[in-house]
Design a binder for this molecule. Structure first.
Ligand SMILES: Cc1ncc(C[n+]2csc(CCOP(=O)(O)OP(=O)(O)O)c2C)c(N)n1
Length: 681
């Protein structure tokens, strides 16, 4: 290919991006100007994709981790033939356009993940590479590499500075994810300054210490050198690669190498000067030379051919391994196979009961063998969160059939293992889980203590925003966890999580509610779900005396109504506090007070009910309402009303045995009765 055409294509990418930002009067021209050459080489020579089918399973994944450079990605998508028009390009950052300020998954064809919060995208890419490695190990057969693709991320200084990316890179190095390559836009400049004021460590050495393979490209405009580096990256199969490419932010513009080129339109005059400097016609804006478009659009034929060949492979694979193929296809579609929930236990009535985390362990293991997509793990808390899939293998590059390592879940060590070990890396766990879900074919869960969900909030938020099906299992859900004290006792975390749009939070009250909560979590395909579970035992209710746990599906349900059917008071609780209101109701009934008990494991599911169904649980005429939950009271007045009351925790906890702490904070049957009586006229 002639150098001239290459250069024309690179400049087309550059100036489409610059013109987008200029027209919108908003955006980031600096990154596209500097990084266009690496993007061009990757997208025209290495990346395997079919613009006509952005969902093709075996495509290479590309993550623009530095999401502020979205104009670059949109230019690439348009030029290579995705369903994005020049008009869409010109509507950059406008209301309702396909080209929003930062890339949004599910909104623009070809955008793999929503990026912008720096560091997240790079960690998502690690998740995608894990998904690829696991699916390949589980489903590929000799001579039939059905799952076989690479994962690329374009990362910036900001990405490499963020802790989440460091956590993920550390894990990726340990896991030897050789099919992951990050192209680092090493331009020495960030939003507010040169990197010399805050970011001076030797990045290559740092990544080598993580176990990565690093390659330096001295000149980010040298297409042959970039091409060569990507070739080297492919050749190293046992380590992820970081290609450090020295670029210049705002290349060619008067503000080149200055932070001023990072995030503001160049302005009419500087756009002209930049075009002149790079020998580009100053008019018209959004110029796309025919030859450049034709060359970039060769991706369409290339992609159709690649996907066509893969389809043939899938056909012959299906013939050779019909059962495996059915299983894989079902996982890729996000289906729950027939009978997936057939073995979920029904827990017998038990006054002593069990912790909902214990119930969860039994439920997960009853499901896992029938739901091959389920994969996940914890941030080094498995013995406490109880989220191991027993005997289903540990995801690790060391291939052994033994269980000779500490912490092994059984079933051997290999990429086929379904137990992921995130290490003490909650932030990366959240972002990696998002990458796993975005990849598809796996249904990921992550687990830690509820208190440490704070470390994961950014990725939980992104999962919700991106409609990713990720399940989080957060245990040790209240001051009831006891001795670990206030640093470990969640207070405001439930309120925090409930504040996230498009997130379902479930705090089941006993073992059978936990079983239903897990089913809801798995059936909910378009949003993340958080399961909030207790450390301490809670009684398993007698469902002959209390309503079916299927009521969890409504978010809140009448567990037991007043004996005379005409309640004068409603007690509402979630999770471990359900046992308290049940006991209090029994006592109040003896006193002649007609009480309705409502179990409310999920605000979101309840809020989604038609108003009539909600009113049937919480009749508007009944004002005497008391909510009991061992967490911040914030938000509960929505359900108890101005005339109601809440027993909650609005200060930090205390270190003592769990029962003592709960008692000290008023979580006793006596106190519930006392506060309840006070609500009656
Ligand atoms: C977590 C997070 N913090 C802050 C920002 C705001 N922000 C956007 S880009 C940027 C830094 C830009 O530097 P770099 O990553 O080197 O990108 P470049 O300037 O080279 O385009 C910052 C701080 C962000 N997007 N995400």
């Amino acid at each position: 290919m002639s150098e001239q055409l290459d250069q024309q294509c690179v400049n087309t990418i550059r100036f489409l991006s610059v013109d987008m930002v200029q027209k919108a009067q908003s955006g980031h021209p600096g990154l596209p100007l500097g990084a266009a050459p690496m993007a061009y080489v990757l997208w025209t020579r290495w990346l395997k994709y079919n613009p006509r089918n952005p969902h093709w399973v075996n495509r290479d994944r590309f993550v623009l981790s530095a999401g502020h450079g979205s104009a670059l990605l949109y230019s690439l998508l348009y030029l290579t033939g995705y369903a994005l028009s020049l008009d869409d390009i010109q509507q950059f950052r406008q209301w309702g356009s396909k080209t929003p300020g930062h890339p949004e998954r599910g909104h623009t064809p070809g955008v793999e993940v929503s990026t912008g919060p720096l560091g997240q995208g790079m960690a998502n890419a690690v998740g995608m590479a894990i998904a690829e490695a696991q699916l390949a190990a589980r489903y590929n057969r000799a001579g039939r590499a059905l799952i076989d693709h690479y994962t690329y991320a374009l990362v910036s200084d900001g990405d490499l500075m963020e802790g989440v990316a460091a956590e993920a890179a550390s894990l990726a190095g340990h896991l030897k994810l050789g099919k992951l390559t990050c192209l680092y836009d090493d331009n020495h400049v960030t939003l507010s300054a040169g990197t010399d004021i805050a970011f001076t460590e030797d990045r290559a050495t740092r990544f080598r210490a993580y176990g990565w393979h690093t390659i330096q490209v001295a000149d980010g405009n040298d297409l042959a050198a970039i091409d060569n580096a990507l070739r080297q990256a492919r050749a190293v199969t046992q380590r992820p690669s970081l290609v450090l490419i020295r670029t210049h932010i705002g290349y060619g513009s008067p503000e080149q190498d200055s932070y001023k080129a990072h995030g503001s339109p160049l302005g009419v005059d500087d756009v002209r000067r930049t075009k002149e400097k790079l020998n580009w016609p100053t008019e018209p804006a959004f110029l796309v030379p025919d030859a450049a478009l034709a060359h970039c659009r060769e991706a369409l034929d290339r992609g159709a051919k690649s996907e066509g060949e893969w389809d043939d492979q899938l056909t012959s694979y299906t013939r050779a391994f019909p059962e495996l193929a059915t299983e894989l296809k079902s996982s890729l579609c996000g289906e729950l196979p027939a009978g997936w929930n057939a073995e979920i236990p029904v827990f017998p009535t038990d006054a002593k009961g069990l912790a909902t985390r214990e119930a969860s362990a039994k439920i997960m293991n009853a499901i896992a063998s029938k739901l091959p997509a389920l994969t996940g793990g914890s941030a080094d808390l498995e013995p406490s969160t109880k989220t191991a899939l027993n005997g289903l293998g540990d995801f690790n590059p060391i291939a052994t059939t033994g269980e000779d390592m500490q912490g092994s879940e059984g079933g051997g060590w290999s990429y086929a293992g379904r137990n992921l070990h995130f290490g003490v890396r909650e932030h990366a766990m959240g972002a990696i889980a998002n990458g796993l879900a975005a990849h598809g074919g796996v249904l990921p869960y992550g687990s830690t203590f509820l208190i440490f969900s704070d470390y994961m909030r950014p990725s939980i938020r992104l999962a919700a925003l991106s409609h990713l099906h990720v399940i989080h299992v957060f245990t040790h859900d209240s001051i009831g966890l006891g001795e670990d004290g206030p640093t470990h006792q969640p207070i405001e975390q439930l309120a925090n999580l409930r504040a996230v749009p498009n997130l379902t939070v479930l705090r089941p009250g006993d073992a059978n509610e936990t079983a239903v909560a897990w089913q809801i979590a798995l059936e909910t395909k378009t949003r993340p779900v958080v399961l909030v579970l207790s450390r301490q035992a809670v009684p398993t209710l007698d469902r002959n005396l209390y309503a079916s746990a299927q009521g969890v599906r409504h978010g809140a349900y009448v567990l037991k109504d007043a004996v005379n059917g005409d309640p004068k008071l409603i007690l509402i609780a979630s999770g471990s506090e359900v046992e308290l209101i049940v006991a209090a109701a029994a006592r109040l009934e003896v006193e002649g007070i007609a009480v309705r008990c409502v179990s409310m494991p999920s605000w979101e599911l309840f809020d989604a009910l038609p108003v009539g169904d909600r009113d049937a649980v919480l009749p508007p005429s009944l004002h005497a309402r008391l909510a009991v939950e061992a967490g911040a009271t914030q938000g509960w007045h929505r359900y108890v009303g101005d005339a109601g009351d809440v027993i909650g925790v609005d200060r930090f906890g205390a270190s003592a045995p769990g029962k003592t702490v709960l008692r000290g904070f008023g979580f006793t049957v006596d106190n519930v009765c006392l506060r309840a009586r006070a609500l009656l006229p």
